[in-house]
Write a protein that binds this ligand. Structure first.
Ligand SMILES: *[C@@H]1O[C@H](CO)[C@@H](O)[C@H](O)[C@H]1NC(C)=O
Ligand SMILES: *[C@@H]1O[C@H](CO)[C@@H](O)[C@H](O)[C@H]1NC(C)=O
Ligand SMILES: *[C@@H]1O[C@H](CO)[C@@H](O)[C@H](O)[C@H]1NC(C)=O
Length: 358
């Protein structure tokens, strides 16, 4: 769960507890990246909307569109649009954003902003924006930039419905709420279960002993981290108390050494299997982490039932879990299907069904 930012916080994670507190450092940096994307998007829109006299020449689709209807743009100032015009304008923007070249333009602006504002090292800016731009732009297109939302915000509720930040009502089933029951602890001597709790294994396939544990990237101790200066030791064989994840041998050693702590009746496994290299993860990388570590858990825990849950790092882009109305290649089907397959021996049919219901 913790630390999904692309820039390191001031404190490096040293333990599970600290990683958790580190969340407050990681989250804003990912937020900054999103802000860069949002700024880039807004900036691109300003470029495309001919409202002001913008010095930069418009290009591509929007250029031809604005050349075709220059009068329209002169006659309607941005802040005095009628509702139908506002909606047409945003329809055009949404349409334009379906084009890959325009998404790429938003992306290249975001990369420039990310580098300029030093949100992350240049190579991280580049990979992160490329990884996130499609989903970000799609979410903007479907929410704040949709004609009804945008014109509702700009022109008021007679024109559209701006409600992405407002509260909503949920209908509850027509069953009265049962009266609260005070907790009833089991009597002493009642049977007990022994539960193994696994979480946040974060396997780094590229972990490399001897590399720099304090490199400039958000994740270190890995191929590409470089060597530490002679005054500092490199990454350890088993891991490092720094901004590093773990090599597979450490996870294997942990699982193979569980014997004396058992036997366990069941295992709760609350996810976050892949590493924190969130700026550069493919679907294939995430699936490899899922299957590799699941196989390891099966190997060492054998017939003990394992109840796995989905962590925020399982997907890529990180935290990207499109709701069920997103269908096709942008849905989470690639992930949920693979999980259902990998976890089939542990989960009842009903759970597998809800997992697959993307
Ligand atoms: C806005 O449009 C209306 C109607 O076309 C016009 O009367 C008004 O002067 C315009 N306001 C501004 C600020 O341009
Ligand atoms: C939610 O329900 C309350 C009470 O019926 C109502 O006053 C309010 O306007 C509703 N809000 C929305 C967003 O529908
Ligand atoms: C589906 O999306 C992924 C990730 O964006 C991409 O790598 C892949 O090429 C896409 N596949 C198809 C068939 O479009």
């Amino acid at each position: 769960m913790p630390r999904h930012g692309v820039t390191p916080g001031p404190g490096h994670p040293r333990s599970g507890r600290e990683q958790r507190s580190n969340r407050s450092c990681g989250a804003p940096s990912l937020g900054l990246l999103w802000m860069a994307l949002a700024l880039a998007l807004l900036d691109s829109l300003v470029l495309w909307t001919p409202a002001g006299a913008h010095p930069l020449p418009a290009q591509g689709y929007f250029a031809s569109f604005s050349r075709a209807v220059p009068q329209l743009w002169n006659n309607f100032r941005w802040w005095n649009l009628t509702c139908p015009v506002c909606k047409s304008l945003f329809t055009v923007i949404d349409f334009g954003l379906q084009k890959e070249t325009n998404v790429a333009r938003v992306g290249s602006l975001a990369i420039k902003l990310c580098k300029l504002l030093k949100i992350a090292p240049p190579s991280v800016c580049q990979s992160a924006v490329q990884l996130f731009e499609d989903d970000m732009v799609e979410v903007w297109r479907r929410s704040v930039l949709s004609p009804s939302e945008a014109c509702g915000l700009l022109l008021g509720s007679t024109c559209g419905n701006w409600d992405i930040f407002s509260s909503w009502n949920i209908s509850l089933p027509d069953v009265p709420k049962p009266p609260p029951q005070p907790p009833n602890p089991p009597a002493s001597g009642a049977p007990v279960s022994r539960v193994l709790f696994l979480t946040d294994l974060h396997w780094d396939r590229d972990y490399l002993e001897g590399t720099d544990p304090d490199c400039e990237d958000p994740l270190c101790c890995r191929r590409g981290s470089g060597l530490p200066p002679p005054s500092r030791p490199g990454a350890g064989y088993w891991g490092e108390y720094s901004k590093c994840d773990l090599p597979l041998r450490t996870l294997e050693s942990l699982l193979s050494g569980l014997g004396p702590a058992g036997p366990f009746d069941m295992v709760y496994w609350t996810g976050d299997i892949p590493a924190h290299n969130v700026w550069h993860q493919s679907r294939q990388d995430q699936l490899q982490a899922l299957t590799t570590v699941t196989a390891l858990v099966k190997k060492y825990l054998g017939p003990v039932p394992v109840y796995p849950a989905v962590g925020n790092h399982e997907s890529t882009p990180v935290n990207g879990f499109p709701p069920p109305f997103i269908q096709g290649n942008q849905s989470s089907r690639w992930l949920y299907e693979a999980m259902a397959k990998a976890w089939e021996p542990w989960l009842p049919a009903e759970a597998l069904h809800t997992l697959r219901c993307t």
